[in-house]
Design a protein around this ligand. Structure first.
Ligand SMILES: Cc1ncc(COP(=O)(O)O)c(C=O)c1O
Length: 447
């Protein structure tokens, strides 16, 4: 049962099947090129797509748009301190802005950054400073099965191997991404947070948490790590972050807002350096590229994100979608993570080779069959990586109801029933940067 009811609604409609086919052709078989009004259930991302509460909308009206020292910034700073335990905070326009501010301040050419798994923008910002982004995942979450209780963890063993390779002086930063988005949204245990913090301390590196989904991760700790079963969710959420020297945050996730991000740091000198870089790239450090009203929305959203009924329903809704798909024989990664269900398209379409993008074919057919938009995270999105052919169905927060999830599952089941009828796709146009091709490339069915 949801612990909220709708106060404002946004109409959606399912265009006729022929129109969906025509829209797909016009989009070059790339759903990023679709108009949102042609999409019925939009599971492209959980980032900035959620529904704000009435308290957040009220916060927008309180927005103080002063260039410097606004009341909105004070309220935002208090919320970050109270919910996340960081007193020194620099707002940014979104998560990647926070990455630019922090990593641009900390890294030099030739450095290496260790992370349980770098999210794409994190990897890009590390690379942008001339540093190497090294992943240290504990196990492949796609093979974790039911035993994968904390399949998002950082592997300390892999961490030490990387220290041997680069030498400790070349590793100024160790990052832990909670939950681990690039590893199927799998959670990280509190024990692993502690171990990774100790590892970072031992090699004299700054310990950074990418806290985008800190509330969802706290829920997994509460439900899966015995010693936290009776601890209040808000305490667990703060305890995870108490081990970090700094955090980067996309407010578009667990601050329940449509835009915004920030860096939190403990050290006064690092804070000053981050503020200077923020002025260059984001804006004056009391607004960071945001309107005062955006800071208000994040301040309220952060507090709502650690309310137990909200986060429990959030994570359970993802599990419900996973269950509906699995019941219909759609191959998914289990157990499901915090924000999305991942479908294994290679298992769905064994006749389509990786270089003909089985995941992208599944994405296209989900749209054609039911107006559902998802995203490919396999060979099309990551051309050079040896990754499974995943399609991610990400749930916006507080937005869809069970009927929508049933529609998604029925649509996926229809595609599965016809699986052997489909051929692969080939790229007909792509942008110069291959790493960014899945956002805008165009494709057509293989002849
Ligand atoms: C783990 C993680 N880090 C960083 C980011 C970047 O945040 P933003 O999209 O707000 O720039 C994302 C966004 O999806 C993310 O999932």
């Amino acid at each position: 049962m949801r612990s909220y009811k709708a106060k404002a609604v946004e109409p959606i409609h399912l265009p006729p099947r022929d129109d969906r086919g025509a829209a797909l052709d016009a989009a070059g078989h790339n759903v990023f090129n679709l108009a949102s009004e042609d999409v019925f259930v939009d599971l492209l991302t959980d980032s900035g797509t959620g529904t704000m509460s009435d308290a957040q909308w009220a916060g927008l009206m309180r927005g103080d748009e002063s260039y410097a020292g606004s009341r909105s910034f004070q309220r935002f700073r208090e919320a970050v301190a109270e919910v996340m335990g960081f007193d020194r905070v620099v707002p940014t326009h979104q998560g990647r802005g926070a990455e630019n501010v922090l990593f641009g301040t900390l890294l030099e050419e030739g450095d290496a950054v260790l992370n349980n798994t770098h999210f794409d923008t994190t990897r890009a910002h590390v690379a942008n400073q001339g540093a190497d982004a090294v992943d240290c995942p504990v196990e492949a979450p796609w093979s974790a099965g039911e035993s994968g209780q904390f399949a998002g963890n950082f592997s300390i063993e892999a961490g030490w191997e990387t220290v041997e390779e680069y030498g400790r002086d070349a590793i100024p930063v160790v990052v832990l991404t909670i939950t681990n988005n690039s590893a199927a949204g799998q959670p990280v245990s509190m024990a692993n947070v502690r171990e990774t913090a100790a590892f970072a301390e031992e090699i004299d590196a700054l310990f950074v948490i990418d806290a985008c989904r800190f509330a969802e991760n706290a829920h997994f700790i509460k439900t899966r790590e015995a010693e936290y079963a009776d601890a209040p969710l808000a305490d667990i959420a703060r305890e995870q972050l108490s081990h970090a020297d700094a955090i980067t945050m996309s407010g578009k996730k667990d601050a329940l807002s449509n835009i915004g991000g920030f860096v939190g740091v403990r050290d006064a000198d690092l804070f000053e350096r981050c503020k200077q870089r923020a002025i260059l790239y984001e804006g004056f450090p009391t607004y960071g590229g945001l309107a005062g009203r955006d800071l208000e929305a994040m301040a309220v959203g952060l507090r709502e994100a650690v309310e137990p009924p909200y986060v429990q329903e959030r994570v359970e809704q993802v599990a419900t979608l996973g269950g509906l798909l699995a019941e219909r024989g759609v191959p998914i990664v289990t157990p499901t993570g915090g924000h999305a269900v991942y479908v294994d398209a290679a298992e769905m379409f064994p006749q389509i080779p990786a270089d003909q993008f089985p995941g992208q074919r599944f994405v296209c057919e989900l749209y054609r069959e039911g107006g559902v938009r998802a995203v490919e995270l396999g060979s099309f999105a990551f051309p050079d990586a040896d990754r499974p052919e995943f399609v991610r169905l990400a749930l916006p927060r507080r937005t869809y109801w069970r009927e929508h999830l049933e529609h998604v599952a029925e649509t996926a089941a229809t595609v599965r029933e016809k699986a052997d009828e489909y051929v692969g796709l080939e790229v007909t146009w792509e942008p110069p940067m291959e790493e960014l091709r899945h956002f805008s490339a165009e494709l057509e069915p293989v002849a």
